[in-house]
Structure formats: structure tokens, C-alpha cells
Design a protein around this ligand. Structure first.
Ligand SMILES: Cc1cc2nc3c(=O)[nH]c(=O)nc-3n(C[C@H](O)[C@H](O)[C@H](O)COP(=O)(O)OP(=O)(O)OC[C@H]3O[C@@H](n4cnc5c(N)ncnc54)[C@H](O)[C@@H]3O)c2cc1C
Length: 524
């Protein structure tokens, strides 16, 4: 089967929807989502979206400076400039579309956006909608896409591989998860907006679909990937309790940084306070790991006793409710927390228009590396990145449409039956996730990284056959992405941003103020 369109978008999070809205003005758009529409990391975002909309106390220049400082020497200045300036316009458009961000009373008696502060932002510039900011954004964009009626959304369709002919991307193949049928989507431009990769780690805040499919598809097709050693670990994810312990893929529920911003403190199992709760995420995460090592426990505690119960319920209603469902009243009980893999700074290398090195192929959102985050992302800059660069990628694609429309392409036959039972796939996934967590985690060293790499190669030898089912395809994608992250973490013999090597604990600007770029057949 083959389908034709002008714009083919894989992913229905903030980046995919932002692109779809812009693209729908110019041609036929088909948008695929692996899960159901709305099941995205975007929808899970709690804290907020950063934008210098307060032009009196803040400015795009201040936002630029904070972002550059956070990136530990590796941000692309041109990309950051685009992020902070166009970000203000895109956020204003979101508000015009009806996004309801929290407001507070002003001294003059009116109301203004209740902008909050988060780690490493020196000015109040985070717009939020309670602790469900992402849901509000996803809902607003989704509603607009549906109202315009110009985008065909196909759910539970998993992108398998990109179709490349004569060095030009002409679409992608996809698997319908209900019928198990494969379809080739032929397009004048293809955008990968498939989100993050952190399901390659045992402990993660990322949704179950975040298996790095877009990054793996792009790499297999010859796209460059970069900065893949930079994975951000969030310090405070809820350690599973009450019957949730055995579900390996279940994402750890995030306890937003804003909770520490409002006065939450970290305690070890002797009830002693440790670390600086508002230091950058990598520092807080490492201090928690050190504390857990000392005590032998798998968690520390976050205490909110300093915050008035009414304020907790009003400012963090979703966190309060979710913890309550899992047996914890956070107005009274300490919360067991530990770090978890949270955000992928690296990804498919793009320019400031979302272009990759393959004609006709674009990437935006968490699967892309535009250079805005450098070695460490500032909180609330990732939603903004998806919003801004999804839009830009659609406009660039429009202006670069290939003249000829792609010719029909016969799908490559795929074997009818998967080789692995689901339980076997789960077992292999667990091996990958555990190996990454052990060796390519928060604190890395040559020895551990090499062990992890060897473990991944072992799995690779065991699953050396064509993947057929969604589960098998995910397994292969996870394996590829896990190897890329581990390879890059081994190669970068210094510590910078979120990448920490115990055997090279210092930043080395002389040798390492640069990006590692990987491409199939070149350095692999
Ligand atoms: C718990 C949590 C809290 C967060 N809080 C914040 C915050 O407060 N502020 C902030 O800025 N950032 C936050 N982030 C990060 C931010 O949410 C993500 O970086 C951002 O939403 C990514 O958007 P995206 O459009 O790139 O991908 P996503 O929103 O993850 O969407 C990805 C889409 O791709 C689809 N997809 C995946 N693989 C395939 C495939 N093979 N074929 C077809 N479709 C596919 C999925 O079905 C989905 O529709 C948070 C992340 C998490 C997990």
C-alpha cells in the first residue's frame, strides 16, 4: 500500500503539531502517532514553557544569556537566538489560540501571567498551567489542528524506516499496529518529531513509546546524529511504590523541580538535609547518587513540610493527587525520590530550519539536535524548542519542495511472523535498560562504559534478524540508540554539562569544546 502527501510528519507532540499547523496552509499533511493522539511527553510536561514575555523585568537577551550559560560551552548561538526571539511570538500565538496559563493579581489591581522561576533561569519567565502545562499546550494545539480540518491524523501507526532514493528522502514506511499492515507514505518532505529516547534507561520519566525510533530511523538512513552523550537525569522522580515496582517500562512519575523551587528539601534516610536543592540538575542528581551509595538505599526523600498544605494542593494539584493515589499524602509524608533519565539533549543534527544532511528530511523537538541546549538543557526550554523549530521546519520544507513528486514505491516484503515472543522482547529490553543505567548513567567511567558496550553488542548478536512487530522494531531502535549514547560517552574523555566521567572529572575546553557527530558507515 502507498499513500501520497506533501508533508509527512511522524509525531503528535508539540513539535509535530506545531509543524502540522504551519504546513497545513500549504498542502496535504499526514501526521502519524505511534500511540494514541495526545499520548506524548508534551502532555506530561509539568513545570512550564519559558519565554521572555515580560519585557520590563526580562528580555530575550537575558533568556539568551541564561541558555548559553546552561549549555556549558556547546550551544549554537544562532539557534538560541532564534529560540528566544521567535519563542515569544509562538507563545503569544498559543495564548491567542486559547492556551490558559496561570495568572496572578498585580499591584495595580489587574492580572498578569504568573511567571515562575526555575533552575538557572535568572528571571521569572516560566509560563505554567498548574502542574499540567504540557497538557494545556497539547490540548490547545490539538484542538486547533482538528478545527482547521486540514491534517489527516493516523494513530497507532509506527514509523519503521525512511525511504531514501537518489540521496533524497521521499517518505517513510509505517506499521499499522492494529492490522499489522505496512504502508509506504510518499512525501515531498518528511519531518521526524518522534520525541525522546530515555526508555533506553531502566529508570526514566519518559513515556513508554520514547524508544528513540526517529533517531534510529534517521541514523540508519544516513543522517548525522550529534551530542548523543548528553542525557539529562532529573534528580527527583518518585520511586515506585504500592504494587508498581515490577513494571519495568512504567515511567517514574516526575516530582517537578518547581517543588524544590517552592521550598521542598532533600533528606537522607537519617532525616539529615544534604546538597543544594536548587543547584543545576546534574549536580543535584549526583549528590543524590552519592547519598544513596553511602546509605545503600535506592532513594532519598523530598520533604514538603515547609510548604503550607493549602499551597501544595493549589500549586501542585496533579502531583498531590497522583501521590495520594499511590499512598502518599505529600502534605505530611516524605516522598521517596531518586534520579531518572529525563531528557535527550542530542539527536538528529539539524540547522536552524530543522534541515538534516539528507534532502527532504527534517527533524524537530526532542529527537532533533538544533544546538539550543548544548551540553545541558535549561528547564522549560524544550517545549519552547519544539514549538519554535517545528514551525520553522514546516516553513523551510515548503520553500524547498522538490519539483517532482515522489514515485510510487513498492514496500519491501516483511516476514509475516515475529521471531521473538513479547516476553523475550521484554527481557532483552530489560538487559539494555539495565546496562545503560549501570554504565552510561549519571556517573560514567571507561571501565563501566566498555562493559555496557560489550553487553549491548552481545544483545545485538542475539537479535540479528529483521524486526517485524512493533516490539521487535522498538527493541532494535533502543539497541542502536543505546550503542550510540555509550559510544559517544566513551569517546568524550572529559566532564561537561550532563556528561560526567569519574575518570575525567574536569571540563577540558582545549580538547573538547566541540561536538561529536556520528554517521552510519563513517565512524561506526
Ligand atoms: C514527565 C516530563 C515532564 C516534563 N516537563 C517539562 C516542562 O515542564 N517543560 C519543558 O519544556 N519540557 C518538559 N519536559 C520535556 C518535554 O516535555 C519534551 O521534551 C517535549 O514535550 C518533546 O516534544 P516532542 O514533540 O519532541 O515529542 P513528544 O511530545 O514526546 O511526542 C512524540 C510523538 O512522536 C510519536 N512517535 C514516536 N515514535 C514514533 C514512530 N516510530 N512512529 C510514529 N510516531 C512516533 C509519539 O507517538 C508522539 O506522538 C518534560 C518531559 C517529561 C517526560
Amino acid at each position: 500500500m502507498a499513500e501520497k502527501c506533501d508533508f509527512f510528519i511522524l509525531g503528535g507532540g508539540i513539535a509535530g503539531l506545531s509543524a502540522a499547523l504551519a504546513a497545513s496552509q500549504y498542502g496535504r499533511v499526514i501526521l502519524l502517532t505511534k500511540g494514541k493522539i495526545g499520548e506524548t511527553a508534551t502532555e506530561k510536561a509539568q513545570g512550564g514553557i519559558a519565554a521572555a514575555i515580560d519585557q520590563i523585568r526580562d528580555s530575550t537577551q537575558f533568556h539568551f544569556e541564561d541558555t548559553i550559560a546552561g549549555g556549558a560551552g556547546l550551544c549554537d548561538e544562532a539557534a538560541v537566538k532564534v529560540l528566544v526571539t521567535e519563542g515569544v511570538d509562538r507563545v503569544k500565538e498559543l495564548i491567542e489560540m486559547g492556551a490558559q496559563f496561570d495568572r496572578a493579581e498585580t499591584e495595580a489591581g489587574g492580572t498578569a501571567f504568573a511567571l515562575t522561576l526555575e533552575g538557572a533561569h535568572k528571571r521569572r519567565r516560566i509560563l505554567h498551567a498548574g502542574d499540567e502545562t504540557g497538557r494545556e499546550i497539547e490540548k490547545t494545539l490539538g484542538r486547533r489542528v482538528v478545527a482547521e480540518g486540514k491534517v489527516e491524523i493516523l494513530q497507532q501507526m509506527m514509523g519503521i524506516d525512511l525511504l531514501v532514493e537518489n540521496a533524497q528522502c521521499i517518505g517513510a514506511s509505517a506499521l499499522n499496529q492494529q492490522t499489522n499492515q505496512q504502508t509506504n507514505f510518499l512525501a515531498r518532505s518528511t519531518l521526524l518529531a518522534t520525541g525522546g529516547v530515555c526508555q533506553v534507561y531502566l529508570h526514566t520519566t519518559n513515556p513508554e513509546f520514547a524508544t528513540g525510533d526517529g533517531v534510529a530511523m534517521a541514523y540508519r538512513a544516513g543522517a548525522e546524529v550529534t551530542d548523543v552523550e548528553f542525557v539529562q537525569f532529573h534528580p527527583t522522580a518518585l520511586v515506585q511504590i504500592k504494587g508498581f515496582e515490577d513494571i519495568v517500562a512504567l515511567p517514574r512519575f516526575l516530582i517537578s523541580e518547581a517543588v524544590r523551587g517552592e521550598g521542598g528539601i532533600l533528606l537522607n534516610n537519617k532525616n539529615e538535609r544534604f546538597g543544594d536543592e536548587l543547584a543545576p540538575r546534574d549536580i543535584v542528581a549526583r549528590s543524590i547518587v552519592e547519598e544513596m551509595k553511602k546509605t545503600g538505599e535506592d532513594h532519598v526523600f523530598l520533604s514538603l513540610k515547609q510548604i503550607a498544605p493549602e499551597k501544595i494542593k493549589q500549586r501542585f494539584p496533579m502531583i498531590y493527587k497522583t501521590c495520594l493515589e499511590r499512598g502518599l499524602d505529600i502534605t505530611k509524608d516524605n516522598i521517596p525520590v531518586a534520579p531518572a533519565a529525563h531528557y535527550f539533549m542530542g539527536g538528529i543534527k539539524t540547522d536552524i530550519n530543522g534541515r538534516t544532511n539528507i534532502d527532504g528530511l527534517y527533524a524537530a523537538g526532542e529527537c532533533a539536535a538544533t544546538g539550543v541546549h548544548g551540553a545541558n538543557r535549561l528547564a522549560s526550554n524544550s517545549l519552547l524548542e519544539g514549538l519554535v523549530f517545528g514551525h520553522r521546519a514546516a516553513l523551510a520544507a515548503r520553500s524547498e519542495f522538490s519539483e517532482s513528486s515522489p514515485t510510487p514505491h513498492t514496500p519491501s516484503p516483511i516476514p509475516a511472523k515475529p521471531r521473538l515472543k513479547d516476553v523475550e522482547v521484554q527481557r532483552y529490553k530489560l538487559v539494555i535498560k539495565s546496562a545503560l543505567w549501570q554504565g552510561t548513567g549519571i556517573i560514567r567511567s571507561k571501565e563501566n562504559l566498555e562493559e555496557t558496550f560489550a553487553e549491548l553488542e552481545k544483545v545485538e548478536r542475539q537479535v540479528d534478524f529483521p524486526a517485524v512487530s512493533m516490539e521487535e522494531l522498538e527493541l532494535k531502535n533502543m539497541l542502536l540508540v543505546a550503542k550510540l549514547i555509550t559510544r559517544a560517552a566513551l569517546d568524550r574523555t572529559e566532564s561537561r554539562g550532563a556528561h560526567y566521567r569519574a575518570d575525567f572529572p574536569k571540563k577540558d575546553d582545549i580538547n573538547w569544546k566541540n561536538h561529536l557527530v556520528y554517521k552510519l558507515g563513517v565512524n561506526s
